[in-house]
Ligand binder design. Structure first.
Ligand code: NCD
Length: 355
């Protein structure tokens, strides 16, 4: 694999994805064969935001590969609470460890970290922006169940505005031939325009609806999500959106016999409890796949040559990104970096258009 960091699934070619997925299935089949692959290696998990599955699956992935782990799950117990910059933390931790996994509440924090890390960086979720290793998990599960990741009708339901797992997944699925997307949300929680624009520019067919009933029958995959309480400005705004979507047995009766219901978890009340026993609901199997695909990813990235000092980037004179949730507006030393996507100039950290 050529990539050094995994910040965005789209950093990878589809061939690299195929290779990774094949490896994950091999590990799932014969885990013992891989138990020494990371012997003597150390992974740092820097979790600035709560996590159960992602953090534990990365940690167990490294342990099952024979490596060791360091890190924090509560930034208040580290020097971050004394005001240390992200850059300083990353420089130091990447001198201790062979690979860094970071989750952060601010968009673009993982990419910013990769600028200063001596070792590969994996994005384990950056605010409401992206969550590429959840996407690896989702694609592996879809591929396992459907035998393909193309030519499918995929519905995404819930908080499409703030759900980073949905942003990452749709941007990945748009690269496979013939996928159709049905977006199920309230007007307030629609998919952000920068993701919609990218899907449209890639020629994807998108349908936006407001209820599950009107589309569940046509879906091959239904990706349910939680309303992201922590990303709302006020409890009142959250309360207006909470509980709008609920998958129940009645609605499942309208679905295809081979529908696959995925959820990145944690789920709150968006799926009725009794559906956990419906064989079409595969989120627990999906969470298990997360460990195998992370084992494959870590095995592939760890051991990349260490880099020396990061270049001395020129400091920007003023803020350049209009997104208040972008890391460039929180860590002021970050250089002005942009990228072009479909002819638009975007902020390299958070993907928002630079005007
Ligand atoms: C997701 C996340 O953190 O974005 N969880 C996860 O990583 N499995 C989804 C969520 O928190 O709703």
């Amino acid at each position: 694999m050529k990539i050094r960091n995994l910040i965005d699934f789209n950093d990878m070619t589809l061939d690299e994805w195929e290779e990774l997925c094949t490896l994950a299935f091999r590990i799932k089949k014969s885990p013992a064969e891989y138990r020494d692959v990371c012997k003597g290696r150390i992974m740092a998990t820097l979790f600035y935001e709560p996590s159960t599955r992602t953090q534990m699956s990365f940690q167990t992935a490294m342990m099952r590969l024979g490596g060791k782990i360091i890190g924090f799950s509560d930034p208040n117990s580290s020097s971050v609470s004394k005001g240390e910059t992200l850059r300083d933390t990353v420089k130091i931790v990447s001198a201790y460890a062979d690979i860094v996994v970071i989750r952060h509440p601010i968009e673009g924090a993982a990419y910013a970290s990769s600028l200063y890390s001596h070792v590969p960086v994996i994005n384990a979720g950056d605010g409401g922006h992206l969550h590429p290793t959840q996407t690896l998990t989702d694609l592996m599960t879809i591929s396992e169940l459907k035998g393909k990741t193309s030519g499918l009708t995929i519905g995404c339901c819930g908080d499409l505005l703030n759900g980073r797992t949905v942003h990452s997944l749709l941007r990945a699925l748009m690269r496979f031939e013939g996928n159709r997307f049905v977006l199920i949300s309230t007007p307030e929680l629609r998919l952000p325009s920068y993701v919609v624009d990218e899907l449209t520019a890639n020629g994807c067919e998108i349908k936006e609806v407001s209820t599950l009933e009107e589309c569940i029958g046509e879906l091959d995959v239904l990706y349910m999500t939680r309303i992201q309480r922590e990303r709302f400005r006020s409890p009142e705004e959250y309360a207006r959106q909470a509980g709008v979507y609920r998958l129940t047995s009645d609605k499942m009766q309208l679905a295809k016999a081979d529908l696959a219901v995925l959820h990145p978890l944690p789920k709150v009340d968006e799926i009725a409890f009794e559906l956990d026993d419906d064989p079409r609901c595969v989120y627990f199997e999906q969470a298990e796949n997360g460990m195998f695909i992370r084992m494959a990813l870590v095995a592939r990235l760890v051991g990349a040559e260490r880099t020396g000092r990061a270049p001395a980037y020129p400091l920007p004179e003023k803020s350049f990104c209009s997104n208040p949730r972008c890391i460039s507006n929180h860590e002021k030393y970050l250089p002005y970096l942009t990228k072009a996507i479909d002819g638009e100039v975007r902020c390299h950290y958070c993907d928002h258009e630079i005007k």
